[in-house]
Write a protein that binds this ligand. Structure first.
Ligand code: SF4
Length: 324
Protein backbone atom coordinates (compact mmCIF):
# COMPACT_ATOMS: atom_id res chain seq x y z
CA UNK A 1 0.00 0.00 0.00
CA UNK A 2 1.36 3.40 -1.00
CA UNK A 3 -1.39 5.39 0.68
CA UNK A 4 -1.95 5.31 4.43
CA UNK A 5 -4.32 6.88 6.91
CA UNK A 6 -5.97 9.25 7.37
CA UNK A 7 -3.76 9.79 10.41
CA UNK A 8 -3.71 12.63 12.92
CA UNK A 9 -0.62 14.64 12.09
CA UNK A 10 0.71 16.94 14.82
CA UNK A 11 1.41 19.62 12.22
CA UNK A 12 -1.17 19.18 9.50
CA UNK A 13 -4.36 17.80 11.03
CA UNK A 14 -6.12 14.73 9.65
CA UNK A 15 -3.87 13.71 6.82
CA UNK A 16 -3.91 11.06 4.10
CA UNK A 17 -0.27 10.04 3.51
CA UNK A 18 1.04 9.18 0.04
CA UNK A 19 4.35 7.31 0.22
CA UNK A 20 6.13 7.78 -3.12
CA UNK A 21 9.59 6.29 -2.59
CA UNK A 22 10.26 3.15 -0.57
CA UNK A 23 13.75 3.07 0.92
CA UNK A 24 15.67 5.47 -1.35
CA UNK A 25 16.94 8.82 -0.10
CA UNK A 26 19.48 11.48 -1.03
CA UNK A 27 20.59 11.51 2.64
CA UNK A 28 21.30 8.96 5.35
CA UNK A 29 20.61 11.12 8.42
CA UNK A 30 21.94 9.95 11.77
CA UNK A 31 18.52 10.68 13.30
CA UNK A 32 16.51 8.87 10.60
CA UNK A 33 13.54 7.04 12.06
CA UNK A 34 12.48 5.28 8.86
CA UNK A 35 12.45 1.68 9.91
CA UNK A 36 13.90 0.05 6.83
CA UNK A 37 17.18 -0.27 5.01
CA UNK A 38 17.76 2.72 2.71
CA UNK A 39 19.78 3.24 -0.44
CA UNK A 40 21.42 6.64 -0.90
CA UNK A 41 20.97 8.08 -4.38
CA UNK A 42 20.19 11.26 -6.33
CA UNK A 43 18.70 9.39 -9.28
CA UNK A 44 15.18 10.56 -10.08
CA UNK A 45 12.89 7.91 -11.52
CA UNK A 46 9.48 6.28 -11.17
CA UNK A 47 10.20 4.24 -8.01
CA UNK A 48 6.55 3.12 -7.94
CA UNK A 49 4.54 3.34 -11.20
CA UNK A 50 2.75 6.73 -11.14
CA UNK A 51 -0.34 5.08 -12.57
CA UNK A 52 -0.50 2.66 -9.60
CA UNK A 53 -0.38 5.55 -7.14
CA UNK A 54 -3.06 7.44 -9.06
CA UNK A 55 -5.29 4.33 -9.18
CA UNK A 56 -4.93 3.92 -5.40
CA UNK A 57 -5.56 7.64 -4.91
CA UNK A 58 -8.71 7.52 -7.03
CA UNK A 59 -10.33 5.13 -4.55
CA UNK A 60 -9.82 7.72 -1.80
CA UNK A 61 -10.78 10.68 -3.97
CA UNK A 62 -14.07 8.96 -4.91
CA UNK A 63 -14.96 8.63 -1.20
CA UNK A 64 -13.50 11.94 -0.09
CA UNK A 65 -16.89 13.45 0.78
CA UNK A 66 -17.52 10.64 3.29
CA UNK A 67 -14.03 10.72 4.82
CA UNK A 68 -13.03 13.30 7.39
CA UNK A 69 -9.83 14.67 5.96
CA UNK A 70 -7.93 17.95 6.23
CA UNK A 71 -5.05 17.46 3.83
CA UNK A 72 -3.18 15.13 1.45
CA UNK A 73 0.46 14.75 2.47
CA UNK A 74 3.08 13.58 -0.02
CA UNK A 75 5.90 11.91 1.79
CA UNK A 76 8.18 8.87 1.44
CA UNK A 77 10.04 6.19 3.30
CA UNK A 78 12.98 8.13 1.87
CA UNK A 79 12.88 11.33 -0.25
CA UNK A 80 9.64 11.96 -2.25
CA UNK A 81 11.17 14.35 -4.83
CA UNK A 82 13.25 11.42 -6.12
CA UNK A 83 9.99 10.24 -7.75
CA UNK A 84 9.76 11.86 -11.17
CA UNK A 85 5.95 11.52 -11.23
CA UNK A 86 5.50 13.76 -8.18
CA UNK A 87 4.24 16.73 -10.23
CA UNK A 88 1.64 14.61 -12.02
CA UNK A 89 0.45 13.15 -8.71
CA UNK A 90 0.09 16.58 -7.07
CA UNK A 91 -1.82 17.92 -10.07
CA UNK A 92 -4.10 14.87 -10.09
CA UNK A 93 -5.09 15.52 -6.46
CA UNK A 94 -5.59 19.24 -7.11
CA UNK A 95 -7.78 18.45 -10.17
CA UNK A 96 -10.02 16.06 -8.19
CA UNK A 97 -10.14 17.53 -4.68
CA UNK A 98 -10.65 20.84 -2.92
CA UNK A 99 -8.34 19.78 -0.05
CA UNK A 100 -4.82 21.18 0.23
CA UNK A 101 -1.71 19.17 -0.64
CA UNK A 102 1.48 19.29 1.46
CA UNK A 103 4.90 17.85 0.55
CA UNK A 104 7.47 16.81 3.16
CA UNK A 105 10.95 16.88 1.60
CA UNK A 106 14.55 17.08 2.75
CA UNK A 107 15.00 19.95 0.26
CA UNK A 108 18.10 18.45 -1.34
CA UNK A 109 16.76 18.47 -4.93
CA UNK A 110 15.15 21.93 -4.94
CA UNK A 111 18.21 23.22 -6.80
CA UNK A 112 16.85 21.34 -9.86
CA UNK A 113 14.48 23.56 -11.91
CA UNK A 114 12.31 20.55 -12.87
CA UNK A 115 11.77 19.61 -9.21
CA UNK A 116 10.81 23.18 -8.34
CA UNK A 117 8.36 23.20 -11.28
CA UNK A 118 6.79 19.91 -10.26
CA UNK A 119 6.11 21.12 -6.70
CA UNK A 120 4.48 24.41 -7.77
CA UNK A 121 0.90 23.09 -7.64
CA UNK A 122 1.16 22.00 -3.97
CA UNK A 123 -0.22 24.25 -1.21
CA UNK A 124 2.44 23.74 1.49
CA UNK A 125 6.04 22.61 1.06
CA UNK A 126 7.97 21.62 4.19
CA UNK A 127 11.67 21.30 3.33
CA UNK A 128 14.28 20.46 5.96
CA UNK A 129 17.40 22.47 6.58
CA UNK A 130 19.21 21.04 9.58
CA UNK A 131 22.61 22.61 9.05
CA UNK A 132 24.02 25.50 7.06
CA UNK A 133 27.73 24.67 7.53
CA UNK A 134 29.38 21.85 5.57
CA UNK A 135 30.75 20.12 8.69
CA UNK A 136 27.38 19.85 10.45
CA UNK A 137 25.61 18.95 7.19
CA UNK A 138 28.02 16.11 6.38
CA UNK A 139 28.02 14.74 9.95
CA UNK A 140 24.24 14.90 10.38
CA UNK A 141 22.64 14.35 6.97
CA UNK A 142 25.41 12.22 5.39
CA UNK A 143 24.37 13.17 1.81
CA UNK A 144 24.86 11.26 -1.43
CA UNK A 145 27.98 12.23 -3.37
CA UNK A 146 27.77 15.59 -5.13
CA UNK A 147 25.23 17.26 -2.80
CA UNK A 148 26.63 20.44 -1.20
CA UNK A 149 24.91 22.52 1.46
CA UNK A 150 25.39 25.86 -0.34
CA UNK A 151 23.63 24.51 -3.45
CA UNK A 152 20.78 23.15 -1.29
CA UNK A 153 20.28 26.49 0.51
CA UNK A 154 20.29 28.30 -2.82
CA UNK A 155 17.73 25.81 -4.18
CA UNK A 156 15.36 26.39 -1.23
CA UNK A 157 15.81 30.17 -1.55
CA UNK A 158 15.08 30.08 -5.33
CA UNK A 159 12.04 27.91 -4.73
CA UNK A 160 10.67 30.30 -2.09
CA UNK A 161 11.06 33.21 -4.50
CA UNK A 162 9.08 31.43 -7.25
CA UNK A 163 6.49 29.59 -5.15
CA UNK A 164 3.03 31.06 -4.51
CA UNK A 165 2.18 28.64 -1.64
CA UNK A 166 3.43 28.38 1.95
CA UNK A 167 6.96 27.23 2.76
CA UNK A 168 7.60 25.98 6.30
CA UNK A 169 11.24 25.20 7.01
CA UNK A 170 11.93 22.31 9.38
CA UNK A 171 15.19 22.39 11.36
CA UNK A 172 16.15 19.32 13.39
CA UNK A 173 18.96 19.77 15.90
CA UNK A 174 21.08 17.04 17.47
CA UNK A 175 23.21 17.66 20.55
CA UNK A 176 26.91 17.98 19.74
CA UNK A 177 26.43 17.65 15.96
CA UNK A 178 24.66 20.76 14.61
CA UNK A 179 23.93 22.92 17.68
CA UNK A 180 27.21 24.81 18.23
CA UNK A 181 27.31 28.61 18.27
CA UNK A 182 28.76 28.61 14.73
CA UNK A 183 26.03 26.21 13.52
CA UNK A 184 23.23 28.38 14.91
CA UNK A 185 24.77 31.57 13.48
CA UNK A 186 24.99 29.93 10.05
CA UNK A 187 21.38 28.75 10.32
CA UNK A 188 20.25 32.29 11.29
CA UNK A 189 21.98 33.62 8.19
CA UNK A 190 20.46 30.94 5.91
CA UNK A 191 16.94 31.50 7.31
CA UNK A 192 17.38 35.24 6.77
CA UNK A 193 18.12 34.65 3.10
CA UNK A 194 15.29 32.10 2.54
CA UNK A 195 12.53 34.02 4.40
CA UNK A 196 10.29 30.98 5.10
CA UNK A 197 6.66 31.52 6.13
CA UNK A 198 7.39 29.61 9.33
CA UNK A 199 10.17 27.61 10.97
CA UNK A 200 9.41 24.31 12.67
CA UNK A 201 12.15 23.50 15.18
CA UNK A 202 12.59 19.87 16.06
CA UNK A 203 14.96 17.52 17.84
CA UNK A 204 15.45 13.76 18.04
CA UNK A 205 12.33 12.06 19.27
CA UNK A 206 11.76 8.48 18.10
CA UNK A 207 14.53 5.83 18.12
CA UNK A 208 17.21 7.21 15.74
CA UNK A 209 19.39 5.31 13.28
CA UNK A 210 22.59 6.13 15.20
CA UNK A 211 23.17 6.24 18.96
CA UNK A 212 25.06 9.57 18.69
CA UNK A 213 21.85 11.35 17.56
CA UNK A 214 20.88 12.87 20.91
CA UNK A 215 18.08 15.40 21.53
CA UNK A 216 18.47 18.98 22.77
CA UNK A 217 16.87 19.94 26.07
CA UNK A 218 13.67 22.03 26.01
CA UNK A 219 15.35 25.15 27.45
CA UNK A 220 18.05 24.95 24.76
CA UNK A 221 15.44 24.58 21.98
CA UNK A 222 13.56 27.61 23.34
CA UNK A 223 16.81 29.61 23.45
CA UNK A 224 17.55 28.78 19.81
CA UNK A 225 13.92 29.42 18.75
CA UNK A 226 14.19 32.94 20.20
CA UNK A 227 17.26 33.64 18.06
CA UNK A 228 15.91 32.50 14.69
CA UNK A 229 14.24 35.18 12.57
CA UNK A 230 10.50 35.08 11.81
CA UNK A 231 7.79 32.82 13.21
CA UNK A 232 9.26 29.77 14.97
CA UNK A 233 7.22 26.83 16.26
CA UNK A 234 8.82 24.11 18.38
CA UNK A 235 7.37 20.82 17.17
CA UNK A 236 9.40 18.38 19.27
CA UNK A 237 7.33 16.03 21.44
CA UNK A 238 5.94 17.75 24.53
CA UNK A 239 5.87 21.17 22.84
CA UNK A 240 2.97 20.83 20.46
CA UNK A 241 -0.67 20.07 21.14
CA UNK A 242 -1.89 16.73 19.87
CA UNK A 243 -4.19 17.07 16.87
CA UNK A 244 -7.87 17.45 17.71
CA UNK A 245 -9.58 14.13 18.26
CA UNK A 246 -11.79 13.14 15.38
CA UNK A 247 -13.66 9.93 14.72
CA UNK A 248 -11.97 8.29 11.77
CA UNK A 249 -12.97 4.66 11.16
CA UNK A 250 -13.29 1.30 12.93
CA UNK A 251 -10.25 -0.13 14.72
CA UNK A 252 -8.13 -2.16 12.30
CA UNK A 253 -4.83 -3.94 13.13
CA UNK A 254 -3.65 -3.38 9.54
CA UNK A 255 -3.68 0.38 10.12
CA UNK A 256 -1.28 -0.15 13.03
CA UNK A 257 0.99 -2.24 10.83
CA UNK A 258 0.95 0.38 8.04
CA UNK A 259 1.93 3.03 10.59
CA UNK A 260 4.73 0.95 12.13
CA UNK A 261 6.10 0.14 8.66
CA UNK A 262 6.86 3.86 8.35
CA UNK A 263 8.12 4.79 11.81
CA UNK A 264 8.45 3.42 15.36
CA UNK A 265 5.57 4.46 17.64
CA UNK A 266 4.62 4.23 21.30
CA UNK A 267 1.14 2.89 22.11
CA UNK A 268 0.17 6.49 22.90
CA UNK A 269 1.38 7.67 19.45
CA UNK A 270 -0.82 5.01 17.87
CA UNK A 271 -3.90 6.03 19.89
CA UNK A 272 -3.40 9.70 19.00
CA UNK A 273 -2.47 9.16 15.36
CA UNK A 274 -5.27 6.73 14.53
CA UNK A 275 -7.85 7.81 17.15
CA UNK A 276 -7.98 4.30 18.57
CA UNK A 277 -9.03 3.34 22.06
CA UNK A 278 -6.11 2.57 24.40
CA UNK A 279 -7.16 -0.86 25.75
CA UNK A 280 -7.80 -2.15 22.22
CA UNK A 281 -4.41 -0.81 21.02
CA UNK A 282 -2.53 -2.45 23.93
CA UNK A 283 -4.23 -5.82 23.37
CA UNK A 284 -3.62 -5.64 19.60
CA UNK A 285 0.07 -4.76 20.08
CA UNK A 286 0.51 -7.78 22.39
CA UNK A 287 -1.11 -10.06 19.79
CA UNK A 288 1.08 -8.69 16.98
CA UNK A 289 4.16 -9.16 19.18
CA UNK A 290 3.16 -12.75 19.98
CA UNK A 291 2.88 -13.36 16.23
CA UNK A 292 6.43 -11.89 15.92
CA UNK A 293 5.21 -9.22 13.49
CA UNK A 294 6.32 -6.37 15.75
CA UNK A 295 9.07 -5.90 18.34
CA UNK A 296 9.29 -3.58 21.36
CA UNK A 297 12.33 -1.36 21.83
CA UNK A 298 13.17 1.24 24.50
CA UNK A 299 14.24 4.80 23.73
CA UNK A 300 14.46 7.66 26.25
CA UNK A 301 12.43 5.68 28.82
CA UNK A 302 9.59 5.07 26.38
CA UNK A 303 8.52 1.76 24.87
CA UNK A 304 8.35 1.92 21.07
CA UNK A 305 7.01 -0.69 18.68
CA UNK A 306 8.65 -1.45 15.32
CA UNK A 307 8.13 -4.03 12.57
CA UNK A 308 10.30 -7.08 13.31
CA UNK A 309 11.40 -7.59 9.68
CA UNK A 310 12.32 -3.92 9.12
CA UNK A 311 14.14 -3.73 12.46
CA UNK A 312 16.30 -6.69 11.45
CA UNK A 313 16.97 -5.13 8.02
CA UNK A 314 17.93 -1.82 9.60
CA UNK A 315 20.34 -3.51 12.01
CA UNK A 316 21.86 -5.40 9.08
CA UNK A 317 22.10 -2.16 7.04
CA UNK A 318 23.84 -0.40 9.90
CA UNK A 319 26.41 -3.16 10.23
CA UNK A 320 27.08 -3.12 6.48
CA UNK A 321 27.50 0.64 6.50
CA UNK A 322 30.03 0.50 9.33
CA UNK A 323 31.95 -2.19 7.44
CA UNK A 324 32.10 0.00 4.24
S1 SF4 B 1 15.47 11.47 7.93
FE1 SF4 B 1 14.45 11.81 5.99
S2 SF4 B 1 16.04 12.79 4.76
FE2 SF4 B 1 17.09 11.85 6.45
S3 SF4 B 1 17.68 9.81 5.72
FE3 SF4 B 1 15.70 9.58 6.75
S4 SF4 B 1 14.23 9.73 5.11
FE4 SF4 B 1 16.14 10.60 4.32
Amino acid sequence: MNIFGPVNSRRLGLSLGIDLVPGFCTFNCVYCEINRQKIRTCQRREYIPTVDIITELDQHLADEDKAELDIYTITASGEPTLHNGIGRIIRHIKDHSSKPVAVLTNGSLLHMPEVRRELMAADIIIPSLDAARPAGFLALNRPAAGLGIDTIIKGIKNFKEEYPGKLWLEILLCQGINDSEDDIKALEHAVDSIVPDKIQLNTVDRPPLEANARPLSRPRLKQIAARLPGEVEIIARGHSDPAAHKTVRPNDPHEIIELLKRRPCTSEDICLTLNYEKTWVLTTLEKLAEAEQITPTRHRDLKYWTMTKETNERRKGNKEQRAE
